[in-house]
Design a protein. Structure first.
Lengths: 396, 341
């Protein structure tokens, strides 16, 4: 308060149109007014035009019966379900391919990125060519190529290739393999898995604290996996170890029973992973190269093994460079998954497009799709920003 | 594809952004001022709308567009054709990207009302059918339980398919790809057991796209009514009238035996009906707001309905589709035009 009073006392008297404070306010009000005016103009004009052409509007259609079938759904869906559910199926399908895509391309990209730094000539060159080939051809073409390869190269269901003593079948309808019959215990195994993961995290924290205090190392990663997988296993045993499998069987036109990974999904996932991992490889490489050589030398001087120096010294520092561009990559994977529509994978765009066509309500549906992609993208960003802050340099 | 989706978005934005006052006559004035008609057609269905190697569009749908242009401008060539996918077509029409849509589009209540459109007639009576590979040994659509079906999204076909299987207590797996070319490729590669679309489309696909047309059969069941017709958006009744009567004129001309070949002799006819149709007795064109020689221009440059049918999909074309329901009402078919008087 005192400072402000002091400042205003010393202020030179100027005309209001020359006063920077007043000018600043005026400009801001004008800009906000213009934006609001434009928004009002667009909205009122739209409503006006829709009314005049008697085009239906509003979100009532979401509760109506969709009437179309979806080929690949993670939840119960039939043509008798509502449009809202059809769109939800699409969102889940988008999430499935995006999450798997992010996970797999991170692993593959990191391996390729580290491979590019390898002194081994062959490995190095393979990684260089991989990166150049995949990032210099549009993703859409890769998708077409993979889809054509799968649908043209594999035989029809009646001549399906079988593997593992007739338990798995590969054809142009996808890869069929047996799955455990649905059992109530599966739900509890899921809960147990979550508990196991929480236990593994707690174990890791405890091990870290103990090592900082006493210097004694503990193989917390291996033990963590053991805990995370062991708890559900114990639950399964307690549940009487139900081991009935649903086997795929050729009936009529297609296989029935078991489960299937469809060609559209495979082609899309393959395309996304191979394409994105080329970019991720470059990000990882740049992150590692950004570190000063002295870091690894110092780690070696302390007597750390190569693995330890990578894990404890190099990677934590490289991550600070890697994470921000990685966030954009993850967002790209999510958004690129919308190319699915070219090869017939029923993602969010596909569901929305059919809905637009059947209801004619383009504006509402475009708003929905934008909201869906925006919330997925913002969630990824929020998580990555949190992670970035966590690994940021903490000065002590 | 993404750009298709983008197109829908842009079109939606256009609805939002452009204050096109759509009152009677406004659309027609805009078309006249522009000097050409913009007609939405399919991206390539042999016999209905397909561009040849010189980029010249032909087909039974294309002929309707040309007839409308002949009525308005006296010149059937004053049309710009805009290929639209099954998904883009309605947004393209709603947003004003095209004046008129003649794209094997099925006349339904929702489309005629909630989408903001008016169907002006039926230029082809169609029905949905199934095509399968002969090797499967399927003789009837009732045997298709469990089949994988290739279908285009956003069509009445997709809905009829689901309805038919539900009604017959059968299940199916759809493979839904937006571009018709990709759907066909997937079917012929064996990704699906069945390809379904309007029967005319099946004949066209088999004749023009199958690696070996003899390997495929079209099952006898026709599972739906698919009356295909030209569509305009709500707002300009005068333009809608011209589109409606351009098609009627083609049908009426066939009924009275007026063809592109004999039309100049017909101008000398004593038959009062023919004199009225051809504008020898004036009045009809004026009522419609076009030149009195409008029918003469249509028939001379495009031909009557029978000529158009025969040239594009009938016996004079590779499709060899029989007239069937599309014969004139006088010959046991459904094509019937109200009198021009």
């Amino acid at each position: 308060m005192a400072v402000e009073a002091l400042g205003s006392a010393h202020r030179v008297k100027v005309a209001p149109w020359n006063d920077p404070v007043i000018r600043g306010w005026v400009f801001q009000i004008v800009v906000v007014g213009l934006v609001a005016g434009l928004a009002w103009y667009l909205v009122s004009n739209t409503i006006d035009n829709l009314n005049r052409q008697k085009i239906a509007s509003g979100f009532d259609y979401l509760g109506r019966e969709a009437g179309f079938e979806i080929g690949d759904s993670m939840i119960e869906y039939s043509p008798a379900s509502t449009y809202a559910r059809a769109i939800w199926v699409g969102i889940l399908n988008t999430l499935r391919v995006a999450v798997l895509g992010i996970f797999l391309s991170t692993i593959l990209g990191t391996l390729i990125g580290v491979g590019r730094l390898s002194p081994n000539w062959l490995l190095n060159k393979i990684c260089v060519w991989y990166v150049e080939a995949f990032r210099n051809v549009p993703l859409l073409l890769w998708l077409f190529l993979f889809y054509k390869l799968i649908s043209e190269a594999f035989p029809g269901p009646k001549q399906a290739l079988s593997a593992l003593w007739g338990s798995m079948f590969l054809s142009n309808r996808g890869l069929y393999f047996p799955v455990p019959m649905a059992d109530p215990i599966h739900k509890w195994m899921g809960v147990a898995l979550l508990i196991g993961i929480a236990g593994a995290v707690a174990l890791h924290r405890w091990a870290k604290k103990r090592q900082e205090a006493t210097g004694q190392p503990f193989p917390s990663i291996l033990a963590g996996f053991g805990v995370a997988l062991g708890v559900p296993f114990v639950v399964w045993l307690l549940g009487g170890a139900p081991h009935h499998l649903s086997w795929p069987e050729l009936k009529g036109f297609n296989f029935e029973g078991g489960t299937v990974i469809q060609p559209e999904f495979t082609a899309l996932l393959l395309g996304l992973v191979l394409y994105s991992s080329a970019f991720i490889a470059e990000i990882v490489r740049s992150g590692i190269l950004a570190l000063h050589k002295g870091q690894s030398e110092a780690a070696a001087a302390l007597g750390l093994s190569r693995g330890q120096s990578m894990r404890l010294v190099l990677l934590p520092q490289a991550l600070r460079v890697i994470v921000p561009p990685m966030t954009s990559q993850y967002l790209n994977i999510t958004k690129n998954s919308s190319l699915a529509i070219a090869i017939g994978y029923p993602d969010l765009v596909a569901s929305i497009n059919v809905t637009i066509n059947q209801t004619g309500q383009a504006i509402e549906n475009i708003l929905l799709i934008m909201a869906a992609y925006l919330s997925v993208s913002l969630s990824i960003s929020a998580f990555m920003n949190w992670y970035n802050k966590r690994i940021a340099l903490t000065e002590r | 594809m993404l750009n298709k989706f983008l197109a829908a978005g842009i079109a939606a934005a256009t609805i939002a952004g452009v204050a096109t006052a759509a009152y009677a006559g406004k659309e027609l004035d805009a078309i006249k001022a522009r000097g050409s008609l913009i007609c939405g057609v399919s991206t390539g269905v042999a016999g209905f709308a397909a561009a040849d190697s010189q980029g010249k569009w032909t087909g039974i749908d294309v002929d309707v567009c040309r007839a409308v242009a002949a009525a308005i401008f006296g010149d059937a060539d004053k049309v710009k054709f805009v290929p639209t996918t099954a998904q883009q077509r309605f947004t393209a029409l709603q947003s004003g990207e095209v004046d008129l849509l003649v794209r094997t589009t099925t006349y339904t209540l929702t489309r005629d009302t909630a989408l903001g459109f008016d169907f002006t007639g039926i230029n082809y009576y169609d029905g949905q059918g199934f095509m399968v590979n002969k090797k499967l040994g399927v003789k009837s659509a009732k045997e298709l339980n469990g089949a994988t079906v290739c279908v285009q999204p956003g069509t009445t076909t997709e809905l009829n398919l689901a309805d038919y299987f539900r009604a017959n207590k059968m299940t199916f797996k759809p493979v839904v790809i937006e571009k018709i070319e990709e759907v066909r490729a997937a079917f012929f590669a064996g990704r699906c057991d069945v390809f379904t679309t309007d029967a005319s489309g099946l004949y066209a696909t088999r004749a023009a796209n199958a690696p070996n047309p003899d390997d495929y059969i079209i099952l006898p069941e026709i599972i739906s009514k698919e009356p295909l017709g030209p569509v305009v958006r709500h707002g300009d009744n005068q333009f809608a009238d011209i589109v409606r009567w351009a098609l009627f004129a083609m049908i009426e001309a066939e009924e009275y035996g007026i063809t592109s070949k004999n039309i100049d002799e017909m101008m000398k006819s004593d038959n009062p009906t023919i004199k009225r149709i051809l504008g020898v007795t004036p009045g009809m064109g004026k009522a419609l707001g076009v030149d009195d020689k409008w029918v003469y221009n249509i028939i001379k440059q495009v031909g009557n309905y029978g000529e158009s049918f025969d040239r594009n999909v009938g016996m004079g074309s590779p499709l060899k589709i029989a007239r069937g329901q599309n014969a004139l009402w006088t010959q046991g078919g459904l094509q019937y035009a109200p009198p021009i008087r």
